[in-house]
Design a protein around this ligand. Sequence first.
Ligand code: CA
Length: 230
Amino acid sequence: MNKPTVLIVEDDPPVRNLMTVTLQANDYKFITSSNAESAIMQASSHNPDIVLLDLGLPDMDGIDVIKKIRTWSNMPIVVISARSEDSDKIEALDAGADDYLTKPFSVEELLARLRAISRRLAAIKYESQTSVLKNGNITVDFAAGCAYKNGEEMHLTPIEYKLLCLLSQNIGKVLTHTFITDKIWGDSTESSLASLRVFMATLRKKLEVGDKSQYIQTHIGIGYRMLKVE
Ligand code: CA
């Protein structure tokens, strides 16, 4: 797959410079915006593969930029912000962001996130052609409604299967507790949240080998993410 085109939205020139230099050195194509209005224009006119979005912009809050882009596009959006509270991250994720990086960030971390999203974009392309998702030793056959581990059918409860599908369809994306319970139980009450913890634990036992969390990453106080496993 070709390196994706990245839209960098950042009003702080030194930070924007760091990002452009990093992407240039790693052969990414990129375009830049220093405010929300031009970011929204660039997102619609250039249709970038990935958006790196600062939240504190001069003309509009980045959260509103996410909401606007989400009215027409599912392009991956990674929030890069100095806001580090869980509530800020949850707000951005629930508005439709895929991932977040807290400032100050390391160049290596930024590149790792971009690689993860590129793998996810490739996986989504494959899945849309086949309705089967392969991730490491796990295969989810959405059309047949079953999942396999090392080629053997997994014995999952209906809720575990729904959870696995939801995580797999959003591979690489951090899903908040509220998002998951809304999708699975239709609400986000305390009891749904408690159920989520229980079913996530049993699903993990069936997916993971030993105590290692290879497939499902926990974001304490925020939610879960399914990782792309080679
Ligand atoms: Ca800013």
